[in-house]
Design a protein around this ligand. Sequence first.
Ligand code: TYD
Ligand code: MG
Length: 455
Amino acid sequence: MNGKNREKFLFVCQACGHQSPKWLGKCPNCDGWNNFVEERVTPLSSARQASPATAPCQLRSLVLPQETRFPCRIGELDRVLGGGFVPGSLTLIGGDPGIGKSTLLLQCMDTLARAAKVLYVTAEESVQQVKLRADRLGADAEQLYLLAETSMARIVETARDWKPSFLVVDSIQTVYSHELQSAPGTVSQVRECCGRLMQLAKGEGITTCIAGHVTKDGAIAGPRLLEHMVDTVLYFEGDPSYPYRILRAVKNRFGSTNEIGVFEMAGSGLREVPNPSEIFLQERPEEAPGSIVVPSLEGSRPILVELQALVSGASFGTPQRSTIGIDHKRVSLLIAVLEKRAGLPLMGQDIFFNVAGGVRLDEPAADLGVVAALASSHLNRPAPPRTLFFGEVGLTGEVRAVARPDIRLNEAERLGFRHCFLPAGNLKNIPDAAGSLQLTGVSCIGEVLDQLFQS
Ligand code: TYD
Ligand code: MG
């Protein structure tokens, strides 16, 4: 057989892309089980098309064109993008099926299509289905065109002929390149199709958005692979049982990755939530034991969220521990700190912990709030009204300073809070901007508990 034309088959882990010449049950790279699928490997078309060599250029003599952005007039999305879409950029929007990716894309493309030509490739739904959604959203821009197509070659051809300013491919898992034998959605297909879209975006200057489904373990199928190929990765997340959705930038070549956008899924599509704190606190029971408010920082933006703890006597031998919206291990650690450093007998208790509104917290600044919520529920004593807490708690029970206390306090003050417990270390560098808020600096958790529940 001619060695040149011989087809090569490899087994590829569908979770991380690791390749192996034989089938394996467990992936040696990501330790996932049963992820290997046989794929025919042909050289990537992107690798085959050699581009002409370019001469090196001197860095200091480079003149940058004025940065232009295409804001889509959905404020929350524009902020996450860093001010709008950058011309010729490739953006990936990931999220669970049904979270609202197609809705978001259609809404923003509708606005963009008022000024420029937009091609929306729907590879999952028929044109009629998209039209039904568009009617609900009131999307009727003149220059918004639909194409129901799954073949990558035809998508690229249409885009080249047609030269839209914006291109949407919904979703990357359902388009395929006929040069590869493997099924759509496999690692090599997803990678190849993304590569082709990248070439198209950079070559023709078409601003491109891709929708991508996230698998159950939270990674985009053909996962990490796509993340370093594209310019911007946004994750759309939220608990399907709540109407709120959070758009988070996890990678952004043209802006900060810390920003989030908050949306509400309503009957007529996604609505921006400009004041998330108010929404997350609106159903909060006042003076309920175990309920505590913390100012969490999401990017440059503080959001007040409610933490809820329920501590009750264990009914069976092993106490139950369950947490929603916050790291389980972090809460266990804080329970141990409370037991050891503050003498609260929590080890034998059932403990349930929840962050209200389907929000996910992963900031150590919430630690002091967690500690206060646990103690408040255990002692069955509510924290004083209009009080909030922030600070990182260490293993010796010390309370450590956190970043940006000033903007957390401003947000609290704006929403009518009166009193804040914060790390003593933060107290020093707060300008007197704290205004009407009464500030109590604490340096260990014992101090907080004494002041809250002493009498
Ligand atoms: P969709 O954008 O299709 O999700 P994805 O593309 O991420 O799979 O969103 C589907 C969900 O959103 C579906 O459960 C219905 C809901 N929805 C509304 O509640 N209101 C609306 O106006 C629209 C268009 C969808
Ligand atoms: Mg969709």
